[in-house]
Design a protein around this ligand. Structure first.
Ligand code: NDP
Length: 544
């Protein structure tokens, strides 16, 4: 059944509204669980699984038994500043999630009392008494655990196409079930049914027990991380090439085993998309409902934040299979970084804007509304079309919309695009993603910088990720990568010096009250030769 048919389907008259939701859901589920080949659109086709960076010769003994000792070489390089960096991340990131939960609430963001905090308060915060009074919340723990286990149950029970992942260096390909989008549908239908039968209670629970839920997420992240670290020492495990240094704190953080599984249940694949992304939209919906109950309506800022972020999540879940070719799945081990990132950080920190707006509602004026929507659409357009263009080029290079693009052949066997989106900068997709993150923060207004945490953190994440990817590609492509970088000069922001130079010059001009012509001259003198060239050309062409 096609989507259009589904929308126009007539339901029997006697069916109640609730059962219509259920019918719609069941039909949708059928549509969603069709093989991806049938339902995938050209916007983001699933790339055919190609060898991952982990691919290498299969080391087998004469008897045919795989020699895992040879397959799992010792890691000689560190990321994230090595063991001290790992220890800092394990300590401070969970504290930061707690900090945002405690210090952005109805009393203020941050509360006024924060400025009168003394040394004795700090020592009190790390006491058992404080924990029991503020963070010990067994009902919230049970709710969080129930939610994650329920999602795990859906992953196992709901039907879904089984697809193969990238070729691993033990010569095997793992199978993955694609049904995250169907899980989201089921949860949405259950949410509506629940609201009809018992009101907003479960959603308000999330808001009221936020600190308890955050605590549960932090504790659960550690439990999962210890489990996967411990089980990675069992025989026959394929380790990540970057997670086998032998220094436990580092390996625990970065992830030792590449694909930890319990039977067929792939822990990394499950946690990568479901508790994090679905948890994020669930938290956001709870915040919108809280605002509705307190205020009697939902502000346009809250609507925008919910719609923008749900859109991002739906896009990711609909294209679930595409995650199998990302660095997280093909290269990184599964350890504290990914477990904590998806179980705690993502649903608890990414929902900060909605939580802020639930406590401090505000409406955007028309100019702000237009500006924020334009920014979101621009960001999404860059993000989706650049990712789609690369996927299309890699899967169907003769396709109508990519066959005209220029590329270089590499000795590694794959081609690198040098025109289209990927000719503008080496990670133009990150720019689109970052523009969207700004559009998600702006609806919170200008009263406090805390809701802007996300776009600042995300900029750091993308800058670091770009360096990691650059490193990976340099190792993979060698001289071809240098050749590519010669052609495509910018890393993320095209013409970055012009942009930053322009902003700098604008600030200087504003402070000094200079005329526009001076402003242009300052721009030229403070930026890159390329900008100078562009502006000189522009001046030459402008009639005086
Ligand atoms: P990318 O989609 O940017 O892919 C990078 C890979 O693409 C490279 O390793 C290389 O792989 C290939 N490649 C690089 N240059 C070219 C080229 N010119 N032509 C063809 N192929 C090329 O990787 P990510 O997984 O980092 O990002 C995917 C998306 O996910 C991005 O849009 C990003 O913004 C988003 N993201 C979102 C996060 C969030 O928290 N919201 C976190 C991280 C990412 P190969 O070895 O195949 O050549």
């Amino acid at each position: 059944m096609q989507a259009a048919e589904l929308v126009h389907r007539d339901f029997p008259m006697e069916i109640t509204c609730d059962s219509r939701v259920l019918y719609f859901f069941l039909d949708t589920l059928r549509l969603l669980t069709m093989p991806p080949k049938k339902r995938q659109t050209a916007t983001n086709p699933v790339p055919s699984p190609s060898p991952s960076p982990n691919t290498a010769e299969v080391e087998a003994s004469p008897s045919g038994v795989i020699n895992y000792e040879k397959l799992n070489p010792k890691t000689e390089h560190f990321e994230f500043l090595g063991p001290p960096g790992a220890a800092a991340m394990i300590t401070f990131l969970p504290l930061l999630v707690w900090f945002l939960a405690f210090f952005c609430n109805e009393d203020g963001c941050p509360p006024k009392s924060i400025w009168s905090i003394g040394v004795e308060d700090l020592s009190r915060w790390f006491s058992l008494k404080f924990f029991l009074a503020n963070m010990y919340d067994p009902t919230a723990y049970a709710a969080y655990l129930g939610f994650v286990l329920f999602l795990a149950g859906l992953y196992i029970v709901l039907p879904g196409e089984e697809i193969e992942g990238t070729l691993l260096r033990n010569g095997k390909r793992l199978k993955y079930k694609v049904n995250a989008f169907a899980s989201l549908h089921l949860l949405i239908a259950m949410g509506f049914l629940n609201i009809r039968s018992s009101g907003f209670g479960p959603f308000l629970f999330i808001y009221d027990h936020w600190v308890g839920i955050v605590t549960a997420a932090n504790i659960f992240s550690f439990i999962v991380s210890f489990y996967v670290y411990g089980s990675s020492f069992l025989p026959g495990k394929l380790l990540a090439l970057g997670g086998n240094t032998g220094i436990w704190i580092y390996d625990f953080m970065i992830g030792r085993e590449l694909n930890p599984r319990i039977g067929k249940f792939d822990i990394k694949y499950f946690i990568e998309l479901r508790p994090g992304l679905i948890g994020w939209v669930t938290s956001n919906s709870a915040m919108a409902i809280k605002q509705y109950v307190s205020l009697g309506r939902v502000t346009n800022s809250m609507m925008l934040v919910n719609v923008f972020q749900a859109w991002y999540v739906i896009d990711s879940l609909y294209n679930e299979a595409a995650v199998l070719t990302t660095m997280d799945i093909t290269t990184d081990g599964f350890g504290f970084m990914l477990a904590f990132g998806n179980l705690s950080w993502l649903p608890m920190v990414y929902s900060l804007q909605a939580r802020y707006l639930a406590a401090f509602p505000r409406d955007l004026n028309y100019a702000e509304l237009v500006g924020v929507i334009a920014l979101q659409l621009t960001g999404y357009y860059i993000f989706r079309s650049s990712n789609g263009q690369k996927n299309k080029f890699r899967t169907d290079p003769e396709g109508d919309d990519v066959k005209h693009l220029e590329y270089i052949e590499t000795t590694a066997g794959t081609r690198l695009l040098t025109s289209g989106w990927w000719g503008i900068s080496r990670h133009i997709n990150y720019l689109g993603d970052w523009l969207m993150s700004i559009a998600w923060c702006l609806p919170c207004g200008y009263a406090t910088p805390i809701p802007y945490f996300y776009m600042i953190y995300f900029a750091i994440l993308l800058l670091h990720r770009e360096r990691r990817d650059d490193d990976k590609c340099r190792k993979k492509y060698g001289k071809d990568w240098d050749r590519y970088c010669e052609i495509v000069k910018w890393r993320i922001i095209p013409g970055k010096p012009c942009v930053f130079g322009g902003i700098f010059a604008l600030v200087v001009a504003k402070c000094r009250g200079l005329q526009f012509s001076n402003w242009v001259r300052i721009t030229i003198s403070h930026t890159h030769p390329l900008c100078r060239h562009l502006l000189t050309n522009l001046e030459a062409k402008t009639p005086t």
